[in-house]
Design a binder for this molecule. Structure first.
Ligand code: ADP
Ligand code: MG
Length: 324
């Protein structure tokens, strides 16, 4: 697109931290990096399309943050340490104010997480952002979706449902501070990188929650050839939810169980390792809540705290739940 080189130079060439494992960054035909000996590379890519993955009127700074954050969340779920990123940007026009804000959001998270932007592509078309990330993990130590064993405890980090609440209540006139807190979670998800690294050698399986807890736990179970029994009342809610929805409202369950965009980590660990999980919560400062157990067989069985069967609302996620 017109002025492509100027735009790249101005907004992206000096955006992110210098790393000594980067031989050659933005400006040549390809970047050159050195993979440290004894490490595996974890590589992931995610595309965000305006109007599909974020509302068209989203603050461009939030778009820049989130485009990188959702990818870093995948590295977190693998227990990897972020190293290098590539950014493919399709823009309807070269709007400099938009680009400056986008670059500020992207750059800030890149510096915080130590990932270097080493290249990309810039084209004209409907607003679409594709980010590829690389991370390193000591050879053989990556966390994967497969590996959960019957009897393992199931945990989730943080509190769920805030992003879904922000989307559902976008137009609503409700508790403003609580809604603002949810909107912050939707726009500025915090990838759980330190947690993912701390879970190496402890978690038997892990996944990040992008599509909703039940959907993503379902992926983890299928990858391991196991099932799960979960207590839907023990699933931790984001603190703002209590101000936005009554506990007998279907949304009290729908948002944390089926709402996407939380970017927390769901993982399993042997029941005997509970004190080690508690130590990780302590050292990372991230609450880790046990809400279920891996079972033999397949499917998710959802119960209330009193043992009664959970019947999902009209949230379109009935098919995740096996009635038994
Ligand atoms: P080529 O034609 O060889 O693909 P480009 O003109 O697309 O090269 O890009 C020139 C340089 O700028 C390359 O190093 C590329 O990686 C980098 N680059 C292009 N777009 C971006 C972007 N949006 N963010 C970061 N780097 C970019
Ligand atoms: Mg190119």
């Amino acid at each position: 697109m017109a002025g492509e080189f100027d735009l790249i130079e101005r907004y992206f060439a000096h955006l992110s931290p210098v790393r000594d494992d980067l031989r050659l960054g933005i400006g040549d035909d390809a970047a050159l990096v050195s993979v440290p000996p004894g490490h595996d590379l974890a590589i992931a890519v995610d595309t965000m399309v305006a109007g599909v993955h974020f509302p068209v009127d989203t603050d461009p700074q939030a778009i820049g943050h989130k485009a990188l954050a959702v990818n870093l969340s995948d590295l977190a779920a693998m227990g990897a340490e972020p190293t290098w990123a590539l950014l493919a940007l399709t823009l309807p026009e070269a709007d400099e104010a938009w680009l400056a804000a986008f670059a500020a959001g992207f750059g800030r998270l890149a510096r915080e997480s130590g990932i270097a932007l080493i290249g990309g592509d810039t084209t004209q078309g409907p607003l679409t952002i594709t980010v590829t990330v690389h991370g390193r993990v000591p050879a053989g130590q990556a966390l994967t979706r497969a590996g959960a064993q019957p009897g393992d405890a199931i945990y989730v980090s943080g509190g769920l449902g805030a992003a879904a609440a922000a989307l559902a209540l976008r137009e609503a006139d409700v508790a403003r501070d609580a809604l603002q807190a949810c909107r912050q979670r939707l726009d500025y998800p915090e990838p759980r990188l330190a947690l993912g690294r701390a879970l190496r050698g402890l978690a038997s399986a892990a996944i990040d929650i992008s599509d909703g807890l039940l959907a993503d736990l379902g992926h983890l179970c299928r990858a391991g050839g196991v099932g799960a029994g979960i207590d839907v009342d023990a699933v931790p809610r984001h603190p703002a939810l209590a101000q936005l929805v009554a506990r007998d409202d279907a949304a009290w369950y729908d948002w944390p169980l089926a709402g996407g965009d939380d970017y927390e980590l769901c993982f399993t660990a042997p029941a005997a390792a509970q004190s080690r999980v508690e130590a990780v919560a302590e050292s990372t400062g991230i609450p880790l809540t046990r809400f279920g157990e891996i079972t033999p067989g397949e499917g998710l069985v959802c119960r209330h705290a009193d043992g009664s069967a959970f019947r999902p609302g009209a949230g379109g996620y009935q098919h995740f739940v096996r009635q038994s």
